[in-house]
Design a protein around this ligand. Sequence first.
Ligand code: GSH
Length: 229
Amino acid sequence: MTALTLHYHPLSSYCHKVLIALDELGVQADKRLLNLGDPAERAAFLALWPTGKMPLLIDKGEVVPETSIIIEHLQRTHAAPGRTLIPHDANEALEVRLWDRLFDLYVMTPMQAFTADLLRAEAERDPLNVTRARDMLLSSYAMIDQHLEGRNWVTGGAFSMADCAAAPALFYAVTYVPLAPEHDRLAAYFERLLERPSVARTVDQARPYFKFYPGRKGLSRRFFEPENV
Ligand SMILES: N[C@@H](CCC(=O)N[C@@H](CS)C(=O)NCC(=O)O)C(=O)O
């Protein structure tokens, strides 16, 4: 048992962001799988954190919500020596926070709109909202592809919190809006992300659950367990 408990679900994109960060920072946490579909579990979780959003970190009784805050908290208080996801230089840190925000707001959010739409009853689907989400993803892909010129990771030399945000956002976004051939820098970056051990381990822990992912039709067969392909 560690001082840290992470409430999470193995399929959740925002949980992936923090799982990647824990791995990169060399931090152990007890993981508590959250089933928000269970009314009792949902009520207990809402009592702990009223937005009902996961992941949620508990550090010796202290509630630490919101992925970017969780990652900053982990870095400040628990990271193994020499491990960083937010640079110590203030200007570089600002650049990381900017791209963390851009991935959360303009890739993760529209990607979630597709999933939310699939989870609705047919009669309650909202095609206009889905079209807007698709447009936003396409414009984000173009912006990120251009930004990646001459960069290995989002903000340059070192893997950062922005890459932790990018990996799950892109992983699920491309299942709804595939990358176009002209976005070759983004496609190469996506493959680099998948090869990063922290990302590969996070994808691995989700493998048994991908068969339940609402957008599974668009998910590459390479991510499924052989018996579910
Ligand atoms: N801004 C939040 C977003 C977290 C979020 O949207 N989590 C989703 C899972 S990927 C969630 O909890 N969904 C459950 C719900 O909305 O009921 C963060 O960065 O932690």
